[in-house]
Design a protein around this ligand. Structure first.
Ligand code: ADP
Ligand code: MG
Length: 719
């Protein structure tokens, strides 16, 4: 019997699919941002007054002047058509975590039977996609089902090419007619405002009058797997769910650690280069690429950007990787855990705050002033992560990330901060007082603590087991899942830090009103803040069992499953936090929670049905064919008799597990998304696991020819 899939052709039959070698014009600098409508492009195409008006909208968040909209739209259309665009779309980020687009042609028929191209200011600024099927968490009843998209001029428009055409994509926010956010972008923009307001307030207290704007910066490292299409499309689980629901562990996994940072195979490198060229054209500053820990796993990372732009770009990175992989006969998997027993994929979100004057507020810096600012903002982050552990956990919670968080090779579900020994030493001394000998060293502007000389410039200590690590001049949030949108995690970070900065600023001001000097007040507040929040700091091995116990002793939250996390989203503290900072109303928060539960149970429901389907229609028939072959050929042999017994045993285990799964799949789990999610977590997932275990045991004794699915051996190692 022959397999439908052919390992040899997978290894050999990929082609460069007509990809030409790069010409000199493909040089990065020439290609960069050619498909992006930059401000420079707009300036060249608009009259001075119009450009100034538009620039005020973008730079200073003024509302757009409707009288310039048509002119701007015409300039945009002309540029887009020169790039080959025939259609435009308002490009937005619905609550599903992906991106959405509905294309409209520029073509407009005229009464005389011909056609012109048209794109009006109204069409630029506002769209009304009939997008009533997007999850809204109850924010849109059917009678008010309309949602509208609104141009976000702070994120530049861009062109997406396909084989025989191109589309102008206009980044937009997506809201209901009542003004409630139906997307991930709107709250992100609001959280940037919140951070700006509170950081400016703090900077003024520090005597800084120059800074006009503070924003958060983000660089997100994307991990992903590549699997040959020859295998991937023969795996209904990969096609339907993005992860393998079956698969026995191969004799060789990642234990040799030969893949990590290993040389990149030429097929993969060619793929990466093409993907990067497309990303450059989209103005996405991708910077690094390398092999990751698991066989078949890779990483791509850009230079950091303003967080809303980084969030848009991150979505494009995933899209371009997926699309480009097809041209190389590969399937790109951005799932958090495509292969059981093999490292999962995360998306490390590097986050910091910077000013319009170019100062990174989380950079220790060279001067005492910068150092003070650094300690202040760093304390604010430490407090934020401790006080809002739940929100950070929620922001990365999903059915797919559950396979990774806490699964012993990824950051645990417990939130903690890695500061490194140097920096935690600085804070420890601040709280515990500097003892004897170090006292003489120069202090931080009268803080009386020997902090200055030891502030780490570069954290060399790379603790990869921490979910939230200080890495020299930024924090790296590592618990974020590979497939998710980074918008909500950034929204949470911006908001909780905005709140902390406010709390600390107020505390300093209160002391100053009581006649304390600024320096004394700052010192006390930093000291009190760290003392109250140091439980969140952990520099040890986050993957160890010891930490689980230690964290419990410290009273840190351990929200083990996504469902546990979702439940906390609408707590009084969270609702208060988001509404006080004008990021999300309670109703918007409830809607998000509803969507999270909804996505969770639907994801697992699809997986469970796929599991049932594959086991029933592929695995059982395959193994039964093997049994009957054994019967026919060598039934008399004793060894064959034993083998048959073993298989029959395992088949009946599989069959029983399958019956349980079938029963659980038939149950609905109640009538609301919360109870359905609980049903999925507590009944369906364990039933799926049993089926998988039984099937994987069979895969190991079934003849290779009779096992219908390509295995981990093929998928992970043949490129
Ligand atoms: P590594 O983590 O491998 O040492 P880097 O520290 O250079 O690499 O950067 C990792 C990611 O962090 C990159 O995407 C980079 O752009 C981003 N990054 C660096 N500085 C900042 C910053 N100030 N704010 C946000 N992201 C940053
Ligand atoms: Mg990193």
């Amino acid at each position: 019997m022959q397999h439908e899939f052919d390992v040899i052709s997978a290894a050999r039959n990929w082609r460069f699919n007509g990809i030409a070698a790069p010409t000199p014009t493909d040089m990065v600098t020439e290609v960069f941002a050619t498909d992006v409508l930059t401000m420079e492009q707009l300036r060249l195409r608009l009259s001075k007054p119009v450009w100034h008006s538009l620039n005020a909208t973008i730079e200073r968040s003024h509302a757009i002047d409707p009288s310039i909209a048509d002119t701007v739209a015409l300039a945009i259309k002309t540029w887009a058509m020169e790039k080959g665009a025939t259609h435009y779309t308002h490009w937005f980020q619905p609550l599903t975590g992906s991106t959405a687009e509905k294309h409209e042609s520029f073509v407009m028929p005229t009464p005389d039977g011909s056609a012109i191209s048209q794109f009006t200011g109204r069409e630029l600024i506002q769209g009304e996609p009939d997008a009533s099927s997007f999850p809204s968490g109850g924010l849109r009843a059917t009678f008010e089902a309309r949602g509208y998209t609104a141009w976000d001029p702070t994120s530049p428009a861009f062109i997406m090419h396909h084989h025989n055409g191109a589309t102008l994509c206009i980044p937009t926010a997506f809201a209901s007619w009542t003004g409630e956010a139906l997307d991930l972008k709107t709250p992100l923009l609001r959280s940037m405002d919140a951070l700006n307001t509170s950081a400016l307030r703090a900077l003024r207290l520090f005597g800084d009058l120059d800074v006009q704007k503070v924003g958060s910066t983000v660089g997100a490292e994307q991990e992903y797997f590549l699997v040959d299409e020859e295998f991937a499309y023969r795996r209904p689980d990969l096609v339907m769910t993005g992860r393998t629901l079956f698969g026995a562990r191969p004799p060789r996994g990642q234990e040799l650690e030969d893949h990590y940072f290993g040389s990149i195979p030429s097929r993969i490198l060619t793929f990466m280069t093409e993907a990067e060229n497309q990303l450059y054209a989209l103005g996405i500053p991708v910077k690094t690429r390398h092999n990751e820990v698991a066989p078949g796993q890779y990483e791509i990372a850009p230079m950091f950007e303003q967080s809303n732009v980084a969030a848009d770009h991150q979505q494009l990175v995933m899209q371009v990787l997926r699309n480009t992989a097809r041209r190389y006969g590969l399937m790109c998997l951005v799932h958090e855990k495509p292969f059981a027993g093999i490292n999962g994929s995360g998306k490390h979100v590097n986050w910091s705050m910077s000013t319009n004057t170019g100062m990174n507020l989380l950079d220790p810096g060279d001067t005492p002033h910068e150092n003070m600012l650094f300690l202040f903002f760093c304390s604010a982050v430490i407090r934020a992560v401790n006080v809002h552990q739940d929100l950070l956990r929620i922001s990365v919670a999903s059915a797919s990330n559950d396979h990774r968080l806490g699964a012993n090779e990824a950051p645990p579900a417990i939130m903690s901060i890695f500061l490194g020994d140097d920096l935690s030493g600085v804070f420890d001394r601040l709280v515990d007082g500097s003892k004897s000998s170090v006292k003489k060293r120069s202090g931080l502007l009268g803080l009386g603590t020997p902090v200055l000389p030891t502030l780490p410039q570069h954290a060399s200590d790379r603790n990869r087991t921490s979910p939230f690590a200080f890495t020299g001049n930024k924090f790296e949030f590592r618990a974020v899942g590979a497939s998710q949108s980074i918008s909500f995690p950034i929204t949470v970070l911006n908001t909780i830090v905005a709140e902390s900065v406010d709390v600390l600023t107020t505390a300093i001001e209160t002391r100053m009103k009581k006649k304390q000097t600024f320096e004394a007040a700052l010192q006390t507040v930093l000291k009190e803040t760290y003392a109250a929040n140091r439980v969140i700091v952990f520099n040890g091995d986050g993957y160890s069992d010891k930490w689980q116990k230690e964290a419990a002793k410290r009273g840190l939250l351990n929200l083990k499953s996504a469902v546990d996390a979702f439940e906390q989203l609408t707590s009084e503290q969270n609702s208060e936090l988001f509404s006080r900072n004008s990021v999300l109303t309670h109703r918007e928060l409830e809607a998000r929670q509803e969507v999270m539960f909804d996505q969770y149970f639907k994801t697992i429901n699809i997986e469970a049905e796929t599991t049932e389907w594959i086991a029933q229609t592929q695995l059982l028939p395959g193994i039964i064919r093997y049994l009957s072959d054994l019967n026919r050929s060598a039934a008399g042999l004793e060894a064959v008799g034993n083998l048959k017994d073993e298989i029959e045993n395992k088949v009946s285990t599989l069959y029983q597990a399958l019956s349980v799964l079938r029963a659980k799949n038939a149950e609905l789990g109640g009538d609301n998304v919360h109870s359905k999610s609980l049903h999925m977590r507590d009944n369906v997932l364990p039933a799926m696991t049993s089926v998988r275990q039984a099937a994987d045991a069979l895969e190991k004794i079934c003849s290779y020819e009779h096992w219908p699915l390509p295995g981990y051996r093929e998928m992970l190692f043949i490129k």
